[in-house]
Design a protein around this ligand. Sequence first.
Ligand SMILES: [Zn+2]
Ligand SMILES: [Zn+2]
Length: 189
Amino acid sequence: MMNMRPTVPDLQIDVSNALPLVGDHRSVEGSADVTMRDGYDLVLELGDGITWRFDLRRIAGALEITGAVAGSVGLSCFRCLEDFTYQLSLTLKEHALWLNGEEEQDSETAEDYVVTDGIIDLEPVLRDAVALALPAKRVCDESCKGLCARCGANLNTEPCSCVALPADSRLSPLADLKKRLEGAGDASP
Ligand SMILES: [Zn+2]
Ligand SMILES: [Zn+2]
């Protein structure tokens, strides 16, 4: 029932009526809750986790979009899988190709954003900007200890007994060798 989710309002703007002439401009504001809890898809829902303000200006053949987005995005930690919020603040400047009537977008010069039938959909603009602003390494804290590879315990909150197990004795000849190699390598940095 994914499509039962209410869509975030204020992102589809009728710029044809709002901006009839080149040079016309107006600003639009809105808010949404944004989460990226599994994988790489941003989920936008009704809420006020982030707020945005876009200034839309009609220029010849295009719509210029400048804007600012700020607030918190719900992520989950790559290491311990716990949810955490990431504080975001960004500005953007984009252009959307303004297609008239039956005009089709030339695939050679494909723009990321288009005004079709006089409507600009700001949702992809918002999504792209937020996705780009998120850290590549999504961890709740630099010092997050993650989950135990054996029992799955969250090592930030509960030390598990696996940790106390002695190192596998089969590894010790390797450990000795490593030690000797490190000792021999003292001459070089
Ligand atoms: Zn974590
Ligand atoms: Zn464990």
